[in-house]
Design a protein around this ligand. Structure first.
Ligand code: BGC
Length: 383
């Protein structure tokens, strides 16, 4: 480590400012996108893996099956890369997955109570796949579809365009919906996700990415020592079924106050009804400056051992911070590693859960002629 960086690290540990490795710290490489076969689905559709590498050598592997982020290699404070995204070695792993590892979620990320909602006087009933709720788009949501893929890289920036056409009535949702997701690995060490959707009939939409992160490396223990900051004064409390009650509650004085960076472990076992309902953190925070036309800071996570920092920025109004409570050791992930309880966390940028049944929440209705746009950025740094 050069003197300048030593000084910056010392400074950062006092001020808690993230430091991005200077160019030159790691040898620069030519940004590329490589396509390789990832296998065939059980019903015989070929699927590819796209390997995006930026000039600092960060690497994102994305498949057009479910738009899934299969692997994400980012440096620690010594410049050593590790794969920090939970996932599987094979396509079959993803076809059987029930935890949504790395996937694009749609049409509706998160829960809809009783799987029911009403649009223009018509009540729609979605298949229930989470107790009495519909969760993450249904039985075969966007995470289980083969998307059409196109390389839209520029010389500096590898980028993958994915597109999926969801039929009218698919999984119970009205309207034929055309969805586009563009993944870009920027030279600012960001994985940027741009979502676009249009419909031919009034419908609802809430798209997100369901990556589970472990900044110490996927499969290398639990995430309880990670320090989390969430830029939210308020959250949406839930009932026992994890459906929001409709209240928007201040985080002040609760274990949900992450306005200052706090270890996940610090309060997760407190005797708190919301934590009990979530079996830990599994809630939607109301981002303070959410709903902008450009992304606002939503959350920042720091892992002290590796020094890795993940910042999440979004145009969405909310973020589901999920502490991997339902991981239970039954998943054998990449490199044969077992994912036990709380081995990964998610920051699912989103509209609030069950919005179609809460008119006071920001609307998830998409009308014909309108275009749904949203952007989320996961930015990687070290401290
Ligand atoms: C939900 C969790 C759920 C997980 C995997 C998260 O978005 O909030 O309750 O277990 O996804 O399905």
């Amino acid at each position: 480590m050069g003197l300048r960086n030593a000084a910056l690290v010392a400074l950062a540990s006092v001020t808690l400012l993230p430091i991005v490795w200077e160019a030159g710290q790691r040898a620069e490489v030519k940004p590329t996108m490589r396509k390789t076969a990832f296998g065939e689905t059980a019903d015989g559709q070929p699927v590819d893996l796209y390997v995006l590498t930026n000039k600092h050598g960060l690497e994102a592997d994305i498949t057009n099956y479910g738009g899934i982020v299969v692997s994400l290699k980012v440096p620690d404070r010594k410049g050593k890369l590790a794969d920090i995204a939970l996932g599987y070695d094979t396509l079959e792993g993803y076809e059987q997955d029930k935890a949504y590892l790395g996937a694009i979620i749609g049409r509706y990320g998160n829960r809809i109570a009783h799987g029911a909602f009403t649009l223009e006087g018509v009540t729609y009933h979605l298949p229930l796949n989470n107790g009495d709720n519909s969760l993450h788009g249904g039985i075969k949501g966007f995470n289980k579809k083969v998307w059409r893929a196109k390389d839209v890289s520029t010389p500096q920036t590898p980028a993958l365009h994915l597109n999926y056409l969801s039929k009218d009535g698919e999984e119970g949702y009205p309207g034929k919906v055309s969805v586009e997701v563009v993944y870009t690995l920027t030279d600012g060490d960001e994985l940027r996700i741009d979502y676009t959707a249009t419909t031919d009939k009034e419908t609802i939409i809430n798209l997100t990415n369901h990556s589970y992160f472990n900044l110490a490396g996927a499969g290398n223990g639990d995430i309880l020592n990670h320090q989390v900051m969430i830029a939210a004064d308020r959250f949406t409390p839930v009932g026992a079924n994890l459906i929001p009650t409709g209240e928007i509650r201040s985080v002040q004085g609760t274990p949900f106050d992450f306005r200052k960076a706090t270890a996940i472990s610090a309060r997760i076992n407190e005797n708190d009804q919301q934590l009990q309902f979530g079996h830990g953190y599994d809630h939607n925070w109301v981002i303070n400056n959410g709903r902008g036309t450009s992304p606002s800071p939503a959350a920042e996570v720091y892992e002290p051992q590796s020094g890795r920092v993940l910042e999440a920025w979004t145009t969405e109004p909310g973020v589901q911070f999920y502490s991997g409570n339902f991981l239970d050791g039954t998943i054998r992930g990449k490199g044969n590693k077992v994912y036990n309880r709380r081995y990964g966390f998610c920051l699912e940028t989103q509209h609030f859960p069950d919005s179609p049944n809460h008119p006071q929440f920001p609307s998830t209705v998409l009308k014909p002629g309108a275009t749904y746009h949203s952007t989320t950025i996961y930015r990687f740094a070290v401290r």
